[in-house]
Write a protein of this length. Sequence first.
Length: 756
Amino acid sequence: MTLDEKLAQLVGFWVDQGDDIVAPLQGEMATSTLYTDASAHGLGHLTRVYGTRPVDPIERAQWLWSEQKRLRETSRLGIPAIVHEECLTGLAAWQAATFPTPLAWGAAFDPTLVAEMAAVIGGSMRELGIHQGLAPVLDVVRDPRWGRVDECISEDPYVVGVIGTAYVRGLQSQGVHATLKHFVGYSGSQAGRNHAPVHAGPRELADVYLPPFEMAVIEGRARSVMNSYAEIDGLPAAATPAYLTDILRERWGFDGVTVADYFSVAFLHTMHQLAPGRGEAAALALRAGVDVELPTGDAYTAPLRELIAQHPELVALVDRAVLRVLSQKEELGLLDEQFETPPTVIDLDSPTHRNLARRLAEESVVLLRNDALLPLGAAPGLRIAVSGPNAAGHAALMGCYSFANHVLAHHPETPLGFDAPSVLDGIRERFAAAEITFSAGCAVEGDDRSGFAAAIADAKDADVAVVVVGDSAGLFGRGTVGEGNDVSSLDLPGVQRDLVTAIAATGTPVAMVVLSGRPYALDWALDGPDAVGAIVQAFFPGEEGGRALAPILAGDVSPSGRLPVSLPRSAGAQPYSYLHPLLGGPSEITTANSTPVRPFGFGLSYTSFQYTDLSAPETAPTSGELGVSVTVTNTGKRGATDVVQLYAHTPYRSTTRPVAQLIGFERVALEPGQSAIVTFDVPSGRLAAAGLDLVRRVEPGEVELWVGTAADRATSGSTTLVGEAHDVALSDRRVTQARSTLSPAAQPVPELSATN
């Protein structure tokens, strides 16, 4: 291969953008070279051919097949391009299904369902000739002020790892390569600001940020990794071999391809000011281990070619990256693909897509408060006053990386392309015999209260008021949450709180539904004199979210979601994580209260569950497995699903440890009176932590165990790890889930008070 042919394989090209700008600096950074000239020597990637603007998928597929044939026939080597697209909440393309946002995946605690979802996403992508998806996001939530929280799964690394790995397996089962992002530390940005420096120490990196990626690489066999924009202690990830080579490849054995987050190679010159030019930036990134520059060739083309003329030794780094790209193309079957028959019929929003979207939405809904108001039932003549800025319209159901909010927002003349009934639609459909009124009351943002009067009047004449509040997802100043939409306050945006309190002041019971991409400070509504009757939290539940929420309000489905992030007390208490050491919690030596108003793992149900008979061995080896079992019983009068959560605390080690750490979870469906024995087989490696030498190891000593939530011990026990300190090896990184054995028959149900 000539040098030009090699460099061509290391870049993407964002073709056919027109006037659409869907990423910051896109217009400024994109090369002005015409596409036909840029691809004369071949091309590594085609960037977002379906996901940049609304295009008919069949027509676009025909164009893509012909373009791949052109690359085969007109370039000397005849190597087709990898096509990559965003796929965080489904394929980000017009008419494609939109699933719940990743924070909802975390709330569902259901990796099996997430894998099923990812498989149908991957199937759609493969049909359209797409080879690589830029998902999942494995950043661990550290600060809810950060706008990209809506793209993340949880504040718990184990939950992120298990569910993210399930997504990888599902997507890759269809022959589409998953891309883990953003490696590493991106979500720890200073004050929750996008692209801000990260001040994480090496133990926080080892114990919090790295484990989800490690799990997805080793257990999920992820084929691609994307670097973070972040700089950690002055070292930008895109220029640091310690992350992209030493840890990723040499320690974990990753043998896939590393791609640059969009423009991040050039950012080494323009934003980090590490490199004096784009050629030098390219050399730094290649040396660190960034194989492919995306979305287009700003540094790996002419700037790098000019630098190589002065430093020919850089060709060895180019060769290393090219071999990885060609190996990926061979693995994907691209080197043999003839592109003879593009698809002529495709359903990107089939009944299978919609069924999965609804199931995941239902499982992800979290009941935060219920003062005997829910379920509403569906008695004829029920008067429901629906209000709030997020009650009507589809945008409030979807995250910032959905096609609707990411791209289609720039094309208001274009229809959505699929059915996405609002919460109001869902209520009207489910409560067909009820008398339903609707007044928005206010917008998500702004201080206009002119709509309050109508909403208040409706509420006065109703039996119950359903007020739907929350976020508007967008990017870089468009919306209240999403990439670049970072905040300094965790109060509900605009005057939404005032709307809720004004409606509650009528005396009509209020069920507040929060559709959001981050957890908000809702202490005023949860507890105290202004508390409302019920609060339902739904993290952007996707196209079927409206239909999923209504049956939960009615009582057809009992809520089973659990908080994947702590519900904050205030913005001033951030950053906060339930994974804090003793000194990170409340104490008598500070007047500041950082405790959340609802802890990680919290979620109410329409029934009640009891945990008994927690059993653990008296001792367990530091290099083996810890078996823990517990009996869970549905002690209420409704069938429902519980999320059984196993926590541990390992005091008196060589470094401080969190006061609580989730080490296992399992969804268990139980009929009234039915019990199940849930058994967790926990690898000892899950209790590992970075020692004084930064090696992750399991140290002997006491282990406190309990089932409940991060903050509440419903039933507890203990064990002692014995043996020598055990350095964790690759064999200790197992993704294991619990197993449950149901009782053969339900038992009589005792009388219980209402669940609160």
